[in-house]
Each structure stands twice: as C-alpha cells, then as structure tokens.
Design a protein around this ligand. Structure first.
Ligand SMILES: [Zn+2]
Length: 583
C-alpha cells in the first residue's frame, strides 16, 4: 500500500496555472517574472487556506528556476526546482510570525539577509501571519524592507491586512487573495476524485465545498476524512452524517408543515432532529439559511446568489414561487430573534419550539391581515374602556331656575352607581355587544327615554313639612341599616329651604357635616326621587357658634366626655363594655 499523503499536500499546486481561484494574482505574478519587474517585497492578504503560502512558494521556486517557461512558469525538472519541491532548497526561508514574533527573531532573519545565495538568483523570505509581529519587531524589520540587497525578496502573508502598519504597507506590493468560490472548489475536488478513482456524488462535493467556506485546505482535509470514513464512496447521505449537517429535506418538509399549519408535525420533526444529536441553534441557523435561499430564488435577478447543489436548485425555484415574500421576511425575523435570544434561553428546546409555533401560524396571520379581518378581531377582543355614565343635565323648566343652581352645579351631577355601561368607540363593538342587553347602547337609550318620561311628570316643590317627612324617612332608613352614628347626626340637623329645588342642611360641627356628606349619593338620590325632581340639590352648611368653641376649649376631660356621650351614645356603650375610666 502506498504511503498515505493528505490531499492538501499531494495536490498542492506546483505552478501558477494550477492554483485554484486566484487567476488575478497568478497572472500578474507571471507577467512580472516574464518582464523582470519583480518587487522586493510583497504582501499577500486574504482569508486562510486560499493559497497565499502556496503562491509564495511557487513564486520563490519560479524565480530561481534555471529554465523558466516563456509564460513565466517553473520547469519543475531543473535542480533548483527539484530542491524546492523536496524542501531542501537553501534559497527559501519561512518564518511563522505567529510563534516567532519577537525582535530577536526578526534580527536573526535580518542577519541572514546579508548573505548572497550560493546557488540560484534569489533568496526568498516568507513571513507568515505577519500581523502577529510585535511593534518593536516591525520596526526592526523596516530598515531591511526598505533597502534589501538585490538578491533578497520578502513575501509577507497575512489574514488581517488592517493590522499591518502603514509604513510596512507602503513598502510592499499588495495582492488581495479572494475566497475560493464554491464552484471552483467543487471542480477542484472533482478533479482530485477522478485522479484518485474516488466515486463522489456532486451534491456531496458541493456540501464539502460549502462547509469549507472558500478555504481550499479545509475542503481537501474534509475530503480526505470522508474518503477514509466511507472507503471511497462519497454519497450525499454519508457526507451529511460526517459533517453533521442537517439534510435540506428536513427544511423542505418543515416549510410544508408550516404552510399547512401542521404544528404537531413540525414539532415532531424538530424533535427527531434533536434526537439525531443536532444542536437546536444549528437547526435555527440551517433553517434561516434555507429561507434565505428560498428568498433569493424568488427573483430571477437574485437567483445567482443561490448557493446550493445543482440537484436542489429546481426544488428551490419551484417552492419559491409558492411562498409569499412577506412570509419569508417575517419568518427570517422570527428566526433571527430566536438566534439572538437562544443563548440566554434556559430551556433551549422550548425556546426553539416557540419560534416554530410562531412560524406555523405566520401564514394565517398574513392571510388575515391581507383580508382586513384582523382589524375586526382585534377590536372585538379588546374590551372598550369603561366609564361611569353621567346622567345628562336636564333642561329645567324656566320657573325652577334659580341663582343657587349656577353656584352649586356639583350637587346636580349625579353619579349613577348602577353597573357601568361601556362607552365604546367603534361601531363594530357596539354591534357585537348589542345582544347582551342591560349595559348596551340600546339599554342606555331605553333608560334615558324612561328617565325623560319620568321627569316629564311635574316635580314637587320643596316645602318644610314634606321635606322634614322625607328627611325623617331617610334617617329611619339609616337606623334600619344600623348606621346609628349617621342617623343621630341626621336627627340633629336643621333644614332651611332656599327655593323649590334647593335647601340647606345646617350642621353644628364639622363631624356632623362629615357624617351627612358621607351619605350624599344615597341622600340626593332619595330626595330627587321623593320630590320627582332631578335638579333638586342641597348644601351642607357648617354653623359654628363662637361661644360654643370658647366653651369647648375650657371644658374639662369629663365634660368633654359627657358632651360626646350625649352626641354619640355608642361612646358610652364602648366605655362601659371595655370598662374604661377617665383619667
Ligand atoms: Zn526549474
């Protein structure tokens, strides 16, 4: 059996023309070699695994080749080329700045630069990950980079160009390496498979290329792994399994479930994905990517952005025509929110399930909003703000209007204590509630009508006798309700009539006034009904006698108690029951 060599090494390009996906760079370099216009320092920038070091080595080999081809390629047969290929050439020095980033490392390198090559034309110094050099090391390097001996060539490589100081950038010829496209990677992988007699399904190679994200080195190492894992038969299924990638079929099924609002099917499918060992966030990302692919498939202009295996393309294009763009945008929003919140979520599975539930009902939400029904639903489910209804001011008969009324409008605003009907703003809600009876608009109208009929009967004018009778009746009611303190205060109150619709209640103390005012809602209602006059009102007047006040101040504790006890019999009761004593 042959010694196993990893594909990345075995198939490392030996000349510029075999470098994948960087034609813009290899062409420029070849032209520079042919025209003998080589710079002293190069800076190769770009993502990892796209061929920076490979190109640097090919360049080193080519410029030292004894028999360069006409188009600027190495011959690969001369002594120099062979020593380069075997890694024995003394004209190439590689320094990994990631692990050798001190000033001393650079000084050692700079010291070597002084010596001319023993064979060949150029000594090439490759400094990988050059952005890792310390600033002191950069400074130590500057002088040499500026005035190198004619036989020295520097090739600096970096993945992070923005970290390179401007003084270095200005001394180098800069080459930006591109990410290798999926298709270029697939083609290269296919070429290797053909050479190695490996059977590979194109969809599997596409998946490998996608997984490696433009890094050829990664794609080759994945290929190696899967080859040893499957014994040379690379299929879509075993590649999925090996790469721990979710089958796109899952997403097609899931989307179908969502379009049909089959929530339980969607949840069961998600559970089976979790059971297979996939993380819920991998699922979220995968599904978002799927929706994104679907979205770019919708418009012929963006179809070029669809980066999926050829055998899936037709399915995407067909499905895209069946799904609303609005749905896809909303779905991407839900998935993006879910991805953001995922890390904080305690119950990860439940969290993702919630997103799935939203997605399942998304279609319905969109349909409803488009048909305008959603408006109706929202207003129907939201209860209108409830207000206490105020009975409107009655138009008074001219003779009843008096000076007092304008002074005391408050007493006339009667707050109705009955179940408050809801005042509603939209006709739909009124319509919806009209069947409920009592508190509906219809009901209110009916009530107002009855009240009008009621008031059409002539009101009874106030007169002392009737008023006192009504007053006593109310006091009686208070006693019956065991509201004795109020009753006794009502009993001792004096009434004076102002006119047909207004009277005064004369109170001897603030306390009495308080007791009477406390009963205002019931009292005014009782009075208005008794006199059949909704505009009847009263004022509670406090009549404090100065002499009484003086007297009170000089009362002893015992006198105070006796005074209180006559006014409030309960105090005496309380004193006796609790066996209290005066001090
Ligand atoms: Zn050669």
């Amino acid at each position: 059996m042959d010694k196993f060599i990893v594909s990345a090494r075995k198939y490392r390009p030996q000349n510029f023309s075999t470098v994948v996906g960087q034609q813009h760079i290899t062409t420029t370099l070849k032209n520079a070699i042919v025209n003998n216009q080589l710079a002293h320092a190069f800076l190769f920038c770009g993502p990892r695994g796209v061929g920076k070091t490979t190109c640097a080595r090919i360049l080193a080999k080519t410029i030292n080749c004894e028999h360069k081809t006409k188009d600027g390629e190495a011959c690969n047969v001369c002594n120099s080329c062979i020593s380069f290929d075997n890694g024995t050439s003394l004209n190439i020095h590689e320094l990994d700045a990631a692990s050798n980033n001190s000033v001393d490392d650079i000084r050692t390198l700079v010291d070597q630069v002084r010596f001319a090559p023993q064979a060949g034309d150029y000594k090439v110094y490759i400094v990988d990950e050059v952005h890792m050099l310390s600033s002191a090391a950069f400074n130590a390097f500057l002088k040499t980079l500026e005035e190198p001996p004619p036989f020295a060539i520097f090739i600096l490589a970096t993945t992070e160009k923005h970290k390179i100081i401007p003084t270095i950038l200005s001394r180098c010829q800069i080459f930006d390496f591109k990410r290798i496209s999926t298709q270029d990677t697939v083609d290269h992988l296919q070429e290797i498979c053909d050479k190695e007699n490996i059977q590979a399904e194109p969809a599997a190679l596409h998946m490998i290329a996608q997984k490696s994200e433009g890094c050829m080195r990664d794609s080759l190492s994945i290929l190696d792994k899967i080859v040893s894992f499957t014994g040379g038969h690379i299929t879509y299924t075993n590649t999925l399994e090996h790469l721990n990638i979710l089958d796109e079929d899952y997403f097609f099924t899931l989307l179908d479930n969502m379009q049909k609002q089959q929530l339980s099917d969607a949840l069961v499918l998600f559970d089976s994905i979790i059971q297979k060992g996939f993380e819920a966030d991998t699922f979220l990302e995968g599904f978002a990517e799927f929706i994104r692919n679907l979205m770019v498939s919708k418009d012929p202009k963006s179809v070029a952005l669809l980066d999926v295996a050829d055998n899936f393309k037709a399915r995407y294009l067909k499905l895209a025509q069946e799904v609303l763009t609005g749905w896809m945008v909303a779905a991407l929003n839900i998935l993006s929110d879910a991805s953001v919140g995922y890390k904080q979520a305690r119950n990860k599975k439940l969290f993702v399930e919630l997103a799935l539930i939203k997605l399942c009902y998304l279609q319905q939400a969109i349909e409803i909003s488009q048909s305008g029904e959603v408006k109706k639903k929202i207003t129907a489910t939201h209860k209108a703000v409830q207000f206490k209804s105020l009975v409107p001011f009655k138009m008074k008969e001219p003779e009843a209007i008096s000076k007092k009324e304008t002074e005391l409008p408050a007493a006339r605003l009667m707050v109705q204590e009955e179940p408050a009907p809801s005042i509603v703003a939209t006709s739909e809600v009124i319509h919806a509630e009209s069947s409920k009876g009592g508190s509906t608009l219809k009901g209110i109208k009916e009530k107002i009508k009855q009240q009008r009929l009621h008031t059409q009967q002539k009101p009874i004018a106030l007169n002392p006798e009737v008023l006192q009778n009504v007053w006593n009746e109310f006091t009686q009611k208070l006693s019956e309700a065991k509201n004795h303190s109020a009753a006794s205060n009502f009993k001792s109150a004096q009434l004076t009539i102002d006119d047909e619709a207004h009277f005064n209640i004369i109170c001897n103390s603030a306390l009495q006034q308080k007791f009477i005012e406390k009963e205002r809602p019931e009292l005014i209602d009782f009075l208005q009904k008794s006199f059949n006059n909704n505009s009847l009102s009263y004022t509670c007047v406090l009549q404090e006698l100065e002499t009484d006040e003086e007297e009170e101040k000089t009362l002893t504790k015992k006198q105070q108690y006796q005074l209180l006890a006559t006014q409030y019999p309960q105090i005496r009761l309380l004193k006796e029951k609790l066996k209290l004593d005066l001090e």
